[in-house]
Ligand binder design. Structure first.
Ligand code: GPK
Length: 827
């Protein structure tokens, strides 16, 4: 096979619906122990998954054989988060078994759509960073690149969100409560992980060597989740590590009567992979979090080294030729000193040789400039947990400062302290970003503007030192999940009007621009949008009881709740619309439904207050007859991948309103535009590239630019300048201080007002308010011109080819990983 991927049209379903029916029944009987008349929906789902797994596993073993036969170079993608969502629908689409399974189940009296709803989301991530990792795995498999995802087998993923009286309540996620049909445990690849203890220097043959006497041993048990490429391409693995106590319990302690102590030991070991930290873009500095990072990084490296040595023994010359390791943010940065430890302490290599190997294999992706998200560890904590690694970090730092920095800037102590891995001060800190840059041969940002800011603002001295190290790879999304699977009506329309291989060649959607002015195509496109909105209206009704009109503009903001993402800017504008309607019931506006989905980190007070405010404002507006159905506000509970799949196809407007310079890229912006939503957004992250692709006429850009934000901040920003000079803005901000939305509880929403005024409005909400409100008027005007709207929506879908995650992966391959594709034998 010469081509990387077969064309979609040439691919046939690998089974007939009759054969599949038999398999499903077989599994219903033999793995579920039940029969059709009695089986629950969950049992049908399990049986269907088991039937599909036969194809998945065949692909998996063929792929693994191919990789070992050709001794392939592979990328190892280390990430604390993989936000996979549900797998059955995705696997069915990628195997071209969706229609067949639909038919097979129908013949058995079952409905595939309902059965798909049985699957719990695999929510082992917080947001963009984790979902990006999941899209990348899909693309790596589809493009036949050898790749392993490495992460943590959290027992509890991201919490389930409920609302009680409008406030967010968290409940534990229990995705594996009833087992998981996709994962395979691999006891043969268990690893032992060391922690704590002390380092001894021993002298042997006149040489000093370091011996780490760990205080604790933990077992890392791998679970493999198959990742099925599109078109029957390769099946790669996502390997997730679970922590266990080394022995079931300590028999000495047990025999001495310490049963409880033995249990505690076990509970402590298992705590490591117990739960995903629910903070997005903040660093808590917690010991357990550092242990999680080391636990999975060390287990993954041991696995990588084991796989390498199985083929190459102690010949390390091939190591950098066969191994690439991508650090998804700084979370796995401790892998750098860990590889040094393995090579030096365990494999007896000298420093220079080890460093040269290390430096060639690692590369690092930066996902944020927010200072609170840039990881630093307290040096004493680090030393307690990883004493040997701190020594190695000192040594890496010493070589770096005395060789590289001193060469470039002789005698300059200022630059040395800025570049040092160790931050000096009252509390000495280990800077994980610095460690990652120094230990990697490439560092990338995730959108053009962000990567430029990484060079100019975050790491300017590193950029001066190594002008070729910092680069850009703009993020992408998999069109298989985010168009083909989630929006079947639009996918089918595209099948009829563009080249059928669009799921792997998304650039081919460009052809639809020719139809942007075609009345029939416009009608077909808008009819689909309307049907999708009807479906979402049903979901909204079922989840919240709120009735919304699919004829209204569906205006959607879905992402983590964060001040920099500015859900409260959206809220202030909603209040302004509400106020206009109350002042003039005939106020002319296209009916609009503002729909939110967002989880707040459990400890992020203001974010939770903003959720509360949205819910309270929604209650009031939705029940106010005076707005005449022109305005509705919905906050859907428990936003997650599977809910996004229902919201995105139904969006008319995509809210991408972060303060310029703060959103590294965004990927929801890409998913919404691909599904025909028009963006209202700032010139931030990938919005800039979306506007370039779609054309400025087909997006609504507003607000301060990155340069204007910097200028305003250095002049000295005073939110009162805006508050006192804009009567409408003042009125809506003051509204938050009354009990209008929280009867009997004045002040319940005033934390938001406070943050915007006396709190200094760090994200310039007030500065951008007027410009945002004006852009919203343009949205309204465009929507009244149905043809103009349809045209823009079609052009958005047609021009999003660049944001295929296959393109992102190809950029990584060309600029960083240098992989070759290996389609599996027997495919
Ligand atoms: C960035 F730093 C982080 C983080 O901790 N979590 C996270 O989801 C996001 N991100 C950025 O905020 C997005 O702009 C970006 O598209 C996404 O990572 C993927 O790169």
């Amino acid at each position: 096979m010469t081509t990387q991927t077969r064309s979609a049209s040439s691919r046939k379903a690998p089974a007939t619906s009759k054969a599949l029916q038999q398999k499903i029944l077989h599994h219903l009987h033999t793995t579920q122990g039940t029969y059709p008349e009695k089986a629950s929906a969950l049992a049908w789902w399990e049986a269907t998954a088991a039937a599909i797994n036969e194809f998945v596993m065949a692909g998996l073993t063929d792929t693994q054989k191919t990789h070992s036969r050709y001794d392939t170079r592979a990328v190892n993608y280390l990430s604390m988060e993989f936000l996979m969502g549900r797998l059955l629908s995705n696997n069915l689409h990628n195997l071209h078994l969706f229609e067949t399974t639909d038919k097979a189940l129908a013949a058995l009296g079952q409905n595939l759509t309902d059965i798909l709803e049985q699957e719990p989301d695999m929510a082992l991530g917080n947001g963009g960073l984790g979902r990006l990792a999941a899209c990348f795995l899909d693309s790596l498999a589809t493009l036949n690149y050898p790749a392993v995802g490495y992460g943590i087998h959290y027992e509890h993923g991201l919490f389930e969100q409920h609302f009680r009286n409008g406030r967010q309540i968290e409940r534990p996620d229990d995705w594996r409560e009833y087992g998981n049909p996709w994962e395979v445990c691999r006891p043969e690849s268990v690893q032992q992980i060391k922690l704590y203890g002390y380092v001894e220097t021993v002298y042997e043959d006149g040489r000093a060597r370091k011996v780490w006497h760990p205080g604790r041993n933990i077992k890392a048990v791998p679970w493999d989740i198959p990742v099925v490429g599109y078109n029957g391409a390769n099946v790669n693995i996502l390997r997730l590590w679970e922590s266990r106590a080394t022995d079931f319990f300590d028999w000495d302690v047990f025999n001495a009567g310490g049963y409880v102590d033995a249990q505690i030991e076990q509970a402590e070991a298992e705590a490591i992979s117990k739960v995903l930290y629910p903070n997005d873009e903040t660093e808590a500095g917690k010991e357990l979090r550092l242990i999680q990072q080391y636990f999975f990084s060390a287990a993954s490296l041991a696995d990588i080294v084991r796989r390498y040595q199985r083929a190459h023994g102690d010949d390390w010359t091939q190591f950098p030729k066969l191994v690439a390791i991508q650090l998804n943010d700084t979370h796995p940065a401790v892998a750098i000193p860990e590889l040094m430890r393995i090579l030096i302490d365990d494999k007896d290599m000298d420093w220079n040789h080890a460093w040269q190997l290390c430096h060639q294999v690692f590369s690092y992706t930066n996902h944020t400039l927010l200072p609170e998200a840039l990881e630093k560890w307290d040096l004493h904590l680090f030393e307690k947990v990883l004493p040997r690694h701190l020594e190695l970090i000192y040594e890496i730092n010493h070589h770096f400062l005395t060789e590289e920095v001193e060469q470039k800037w002789p005698g300059d102590d200022g630059v040395k302290s800025r570049l040092s891995i160790i931050e000096e001060g009252a509390r000495r800190m280990v800077r994980m970003g610095h460690l990652s840059v120094i230990g990697s041969h490439r560092v990338n940002g995730v959108a053009e503007v962000h990567s430029e800011l990484v060079k100019s603002d975050l790491f300017p001295d590193f950029h001066a030192l190594w002008p070729h190290k910092l680069t850009n790879v703009t993020n992408g999304i998999t069109p298989r999940r985010w168009l083909k699977a989630c929006n079947p009506r639009l996918a089918e329309l595209i099948d009829r009007h563009a080249s059928k291989d669009w799921p792997v060649r998304l650039d081919k959607l460009q052809k639809l621009t020719d139809l942007a002015d075609d009345a029939r195509f416009q009608n077909a496109f808008m009819k689909i949008k309307h049907e999708n909105k009807e479906e979402l209206a049903d979901v909204i009704k079922a989840l919240t009881g709120i009735e919304v009109d699919p004829g209204a503009i569906f205006d959607i903001q879905i992402k983590r709740l964060h001040e920099y993402k500015r859900q409260h800017l959206n809220l202030l504008h909603i209040l302004a619309l509400y106020r206009r309607l109350l002042e003039n019931p005939d106020h002319d506006m296209v009916p609009r439904v503002f729909i939110f989905g967002a989880k707040a980190a459990p400890g992020y007070r203001l974010a939770k207050d903003i959720i509360f405010a949205i819910n309270k404002v929604a209650d009031r507006i939705n029940n106010d007859e005076r707005v005449g159905g022109k305005l509705k506000v919905v906050m859907l509970p428990n936003y997650r991948v599977s809910l996004a799949e229902k919201m995105i196809p139904a969006a008319d407007v995509s809210e991408q309103i972060s303060t310029a310079g703060k959103e590294a890229s965004g990927t929801g912006n890409m998913k919404l535009a691909l599904n025909g939503a028009l963006t209202i957004g700032t010139l931030d992250g990938a919005n800039i590239e979306i506007a370039e692709e779609a054309g400025e006429d087909n997006v609504f850009i507003f607000g301060l630019t990155v340069d204007e934000v910097k200028a305003l901040n250095s002049r000295g920003y005073n939110p009162y300048d805006y508050y006192l000079n804009d009567a409408e803005l003042k009125a809506v901000v003051d509204w938050l201080d009354t009990d209008y939305f929280t009867p009997g509880q004045p002040g319940a929403l005033s934390s938001i007002k406070h943050s915007l005024l006396d709190g200094g409005d760090p994200f310039l909400v007030l500065a951008d308010f007027r410009s945002y409100a004006e852009a919203q008027l343009k949205v309204d005007a465009r929507y009244r011109d149905r043809k103009a709207w349809a045209r823009s929506a079609i052009i958005n879908t047609a021009t999003m080819g660049k944001f295929n995650s296959d393109r992102s992966i190809q950029d990584y391959v060309d600029r960083i990983w240098k992989l070759k594709p290996y389609p599996r034998d027997n495919a």
